[in-house]
Design a protein around this ligand. Structure first.
Ligand SMILES: Cc1cc2nc3c(=O)[nH]c(=O)nc-3n(C[C@H](O)[C@H](O)[C@H](O)COP(=O)(O)OP(=O)(O)OC[C@H]3O[C@@H](n4cnc5c(N)ncnc54)[C@H](O)[C@@H]3O)c2cc1C
Length: 383
């Protein structure tokens, strides 16, 4: 693979860098209000830096794989925050572009990038997490509508969203397989009968929710793909979700921070800490080169959808290892949930340590990623 950049790519990098120098908010994603987050998203959209691979006619930036990789690197360098419409950008928009009718693309796609529409994702239910085939939410046809009844759970940002990318089951007379009837509906969050209840998290925040649907009427024209195509659509969306989670990780910055704290706490000569730091540095390099490999596969058109499972598994585990190592380095200060004169980063470190427990669960648990790696990448026999 060629790791050098062309003159055009270098010019693109300079453009992105100066844009971020002038526009990047000082606050992290979690510290911004919805309005601030939307304003940031709109600035990126107007600068043509969102929806990298989306066609220009739908507001996309129409960037190459390499430009997308440069964009990711520059965002990491500037520590740029995410945007509220991230889920829509990572997987809802691509799913509508792939499976939607011309009218659906016209209605939804460009509003995703502009931040006008914020999407939540409704797959998980109390008895259907890893096992999505157990989806119980029912959508019964009634004239030109479906009537939807059921409950979703762990629905990230549902309280801020205006649209819902929702997996339901349309009852079948004689279902032949567990896939039968699984269907994706695009539901307006303010539909009568749809209620959102926040769930309090271990960090004290409430980013996810339960969503209850009672006789919610959804126009049949809001169905994505055909009835029964739900699993095909969702499995593609999950690949995009896992790639998105993996590509959002910023390990070189974590390593830099870790080494800084180790120096400050006079641990860099200690062989045990040196070994732990070296292990993390090696894993960081593995992550970086896997990212290059994935970019190179994309440029060469070598489709490897299951690499996202391996990268999500590696990335989320590594991220947790960084937070537990940094917390341990801080000693007793690592237990604080507030800033302290001695350790200004204490609050941030504790928040990250607790918050990241969730990342080996979100988007499919580590065990599920291991099953995918074993069966689809390594070709081991199925259970
Ligand atoms: C931060 C966060 C955000 C989320 N956001 C959303 C969202 O926006 N929308 C949404 O729909 N969902 C969301 N989820 C839910 C997430 O997708 C589920 O939690 C996840 O798929 C696991 O499902 P579950 O919690 O029901 O656990 P279960 O599926 O019940 O799993 C319990 C345990 O059993 C293990 N297990 C299950 N099946 C297997 C198997 N076949 N082989 C080996 N081990 C297995 C699991 O690994 C896990 O350890 C989010 C979760 C988190 C943590």
């Amino acid at each position: 693979m060629d790791l050098s950049y062309t003159a055009d790519e270098e010019a693109f990098r300079s453009r992105v860098r100066s844009f971020l120098d002038e526009n990047c908010p000082a606050k992290g994603f979690g510290e911004m209000s919805l309005e601030e987050g939307r304003a940031w998203q709109q600035r990126l959209f107007r600068a043509g830096l969102l929806g990298a691979a989306w066609p220009k006619e739908h507001g996309g930036a129409g960037l190459t794989e390499m430009e997308q990789a440069i964009l990711n690197e520059e965002f990491a360098r500037a520590n740029a925050p995410g945007v509220p419409g991230q889920m829509g950008i990572w997987w809802v928009g691509p799913a509508i572009l792939k499976h939607g009718t011309a009218e659906q693309k016209e209605t939804w796609v460009s509003q995703i990038l502009s931040g006008e529409h914020i999407w939540a994702t409704g797959y998980s239910e109390p008895a259907a997490g890893s096992d999505m085939f157990n989806t119980q939410t029912r959508a019964e046809p009634d004239g030109d509508h479906y009537v939807v009844n059921g409950q979703k759970v762990w629905t990230t940002l549902a309280h801020l969203s205006n649209w819902f990318f929702c997996l339901v089951r349309v009852p079948q007379e004689n279902p032949k397989s567990k896939y039968d009837g699984l269907t994706v509906l695009l539901i307006e969050m303010n539909s009568p009968g749809l209620e959102v209840k926040p769930i309090r998290q271990i960090t004290g925040g409430s980013e996810f929710n339960e969503v209850f649907m009672t006789d919610v009427r959804v126009p049949i024209s809001h169905r994505l793909g055909a009835e029964g195509e739900g699993w095909k659509i969702i499995s593609g969306a999950l690949v995009n979700e896992r790639s998105g989670i993996a590509s959002g990780m910023r390990f070189e910055q974590s390593l830099h921070k870790l080494v800084g704290i180790a120096k400050r706490r006079q641990k860099v000569q200690d062989p045990i800490w040196r070994q732990r730091i070296a292990d993390l540095a090696i894993s960081t390099a593995i992550s970086k080169y896997s990212g290059y490999r994935s970019t190179s596969d994309g440029i060469a058109g070598r489709l490897n959808p299951h690499l996202s499972a391996a990268m999500k598994l590696h990335g989320t585990t590594l991220s947790q290892n960084f937070s537990s190592t940094i917390s341990a380095l801080l000693g007793a200060y690592g237990q604080l949930y507030q800033s302290h004169a001695e350790v200004p980063e204490a609050r941030q470190v504790s928040e990250r340590l607790l918050g990241e427990r969730a990342m080996t669960i979100a988007g499919g648990t580590s065990e599920i990623q291991k099953n995918i790696v074993a069966e689809r990448i390594l070709g081991l026999p199925r259970r």
